[in-house]
Design a protein. Structure first.
Length: 401
């Protein structure tokens, strides 16, 4: 299992099916997680998507011929060095070849030369998928340890509808990620809040913030990949939640308080990454506030929003891990940590994650630095990288606890 510091090596095999166009998005998704991705297309696959595209999205040279780079014994090295092999689309012909142990192309030899987990994403017409020979080949591969993702039901090439559509790239990527990381949270229930709340001033206006929800979504994804049963309490997200988790909407601070206090008692870990409003309108107007009525200035009366972290801290159950997030604008790291530790103690949390934000800093899918402050230790721990990487490092640290 590769360490956090080492980029996992993923081989993406592409068979000759029209669904190969979707595999481009799969490769891009895997690369953005920091993986070292090598694409091995069959000769037929290159008729659907060409070599330049695969090399551009994978950022690695593409080899599809057994006689490419013979001096390095590439037809064996790719499989031996892989941490996981995923084949998408896996056509009926490719499934048959794998089940029979054939090595007629580079993809076949790569699989045979590897002891890495094999993830298969079948794609074919419904009649082919339901044919007894295909069913038997899939059963053989599963018996040998292959992980099969899909296929889904939906519209197929030619307008038919039925089973055989390749699963979406995001769903396949989630399975690949779950293979790459240890199942350190298996059997655990994790609740994550994400996004920014919007507090209404009137039916069309609101007080909000710049949170995209990226950090919370990545934390939910990381927890799910480590085997946890995850519920994402979502305010307003600018990113798509990962497949395989439960999403509960909570648009305002009041709604989020209600949802979080209902879910927290049964959770092993609660991570509060949402940007919840500190202030809400005392009496939101039931009608649109018109400029003509307000005059040259408008001042809404604001009152404190509920402090969800403090409320959950007061209700914390034995053995539960409560994690808060604190976004600070001060540039001084010591000051940020001091403010975060004060919040940690006041709200009865176990861990506080603090990061610096600003007009051009911290929001969205950007490189970030998060400092973890632990209630039980005077020492802080900093993690850095993409939000996907940081989320994984945070979950690994929490798993150790």
């Amino acid at each position: 299992m590769p360490s956090v510091a080492d980029a996992p090596r993923i081989v993406v095999g592409v068979a000759g099916g029209i669904a190969a166009y979707k595999t481009v998005s799969l490769v891009r998704a895997l690369v953005t997680t920091g993986a070292d991705v090598t694409v091995v297309p069959t000769e037929s696959a290159l008729k659907f998507v060409g070599r330049p595209t695969w090399e551009a999205v994978s950022r690695n040279p593409v080899a599809e011929d057994l006689f490419d780079d013979v001096a390095t014994v590439r037809h064996v090295a790719l499989g031996k060095n892989a941490d996981v092999i995923v084949i998408a689309p896996a056509t009926a012909h490719t499934l048959a070849s794998l089940a029979a142990g054939l090595a007629g192309n580079l993809l076949g030899t790569t699989v045979l030369a590897s002891s890495a987990p094999l993830v298969l994403a079948p794609a074919m017409h419904t009649e082919m998928w339901e044919h007894p020979s295909v069913s038997a080949n899939v059963a053989t591969l599963v018996e040998r340890g292959a992980i099969v993702v899909g296929p889904d039901s939906g519209e197929l090439t030619g307008g038919d509808i039925g089973a055989g559509r390749m699963s979406e790239p995001e769903a396949i990527a989630e399975v690949v990620q779950s293979v790459l990381v240890p199942q350190s949270l298996a059997g655990k229930r994790v609740v994550v809040s994400a996004g920014g709340t919007r507090e209404p001033l009137d039916p069309v206006r609101f007080l909000g913030n710049r949170s995209s929800g990226e950090m919370g979504v990545q934390l939910a994804r990381a927890a799910h990949a480590r085997g946890a049963e995850v519920t994402l309490v979502a305010a307003h997200l600018e990113v798509t939640p990962p497949a395989g988790i439960t999403v509960v909407p909570a648009a305002t601070a009041a709604e989020m308080l209600e949802v979080m206090t209902a879910l927290a008692p049964s959770a092993d870990v609660v991570i509060m990454a949402a940007a919840v409003a500190d202030w809400v309108a005392a009496e939101p107007s039931p009608h649109k506030i018109k400029k003509a009525d307000a005059g040259e200035s408008f001042a809404a009366e604001l009152v404190r929003a509920p402090d969800i972290a403090a409320e959950l801290g007061a209700r914390k159950v034995a053995g539960q891990l409560l994690v808060g997030f604190s976004a600070e604008t001060t540039e001084d790291a010591n000051s940020r940590e001091a403010m975060a530790r004060k919040k940690l103690e006041a709200k009865n949390l176990d861990v506080m994650c603090v990061n610096q934000v600003g007009h051009q800093l911290g929001f969205g899918d950007v490189e970030t630095i998060v400092t973890m402050i632990h209630h039980a230790s005077p020492q802080s721990q900093s993690v850095t990288g993409s939000k996907h990487s940081v989320a994984g490092q945070i979950l690994d640290a929490l798993s150790d606890r």
